[in-house]
Write a protein that binds this ligand. Sequence first.
Ligand code: NAD
Length: 282
Amino acid sequence: MNSTRNNELENEDMNPVLRTDAFLGETHIVTGAAQGIGHAVATALATHGAQVALIDLDEGRLGEARDEIKKSGAPEPLVVATDVTREEDVQHAVARVLEASGCINGVVNVAGITRDARIPKKSFDDFKLVVAVHVHGTFLFMREVAAQHWHPLFKGNGNKPLDDGANRFIVNFSSVSARTGNVGQIDYTAAKGAIEAMTRTAALEFTGYRVRVNAVAPGPVKTPMLAAVPPEGIEAMKGRTLLGRLCEPEQMAATVIGIADPALSGYTTGQVFQANGGMYLA
Ligand SMILES: NC(=O)c1ccc[n+]([C@@H]2O[C@H](COP(=O)([O-])OP(=O)(O)OC[C@H]3O[C@@H](n4cnc5c(N)ncnc54)[C@H](O)[C@@H]3O)[C@@H](O)[C@H]2O)c1
């Protein structure tokens, strides 16, 4: 079999269901769910039985994502237009999800932006915005779900670990560039390094809630985020991977399913999964 056919097989014939109904009865929050990886993650979680809360800036695009998922026969998602950098927005979003479902099992913090420029030309406003979306957004969703839901459950359990068998997880989004660095991305790489560090601290703090907290550090994934990269840049990225190709959003979503599913990753917490096609060997 030649390598082109091999890639087609991996991209097109991959069974999107890893474990049927793996998340039936669970509610998961996905940020950045209007497009790209977040959209693929939300679709994959719903396909595995979860009710998903779709979080992004634009209510219109979220509505389209909800309709698509509902049409597929998966549980109807909730839609909460939210700016992840705004504390009141995130507080409101978590309260809305709890009101609607009474329980939050998982959070996948995917929302992200880039504002590439080399250091001498990098505006402070852009630096702060990139840090805000990634670092503040990830912190705020972890804090709010813990403060409004998991901590009260822990208190109600007499401050004893929540060994009730429920699946609870957080998956945060880093990038391979947290390790390799990336020209033009002083803000983005700083934010992704911070997300990896926050993942370890949250894993330590949330142990009593029995929440597994992990991060994914992808290599290049075929999403609108890469639209600004010229074709020669895309070819160079492919060449820096051992697999010689970009990742499909659905394949990155399957990695998230594998982390979220306790049957597959139930003994894994505080880790950063390198899903980078071999671009960086950790
Ligand atoms: N695509 C890649 O090659 C790649 C590589 C490594 C890591 N990542 C990471 O994966 C994640 C998803 O990337 P993607 O490629 O799907 O990006 P994308 O640009 O396609 O999608 C990002 C989504 O986040 C949303 N968003 C941005 N700011 C927001 C805010 N303030 N509040 C709410 N939503 C907001 C956008 O509206 C968009 O729908 C990001 O964290 C990114 O850093 C992507």
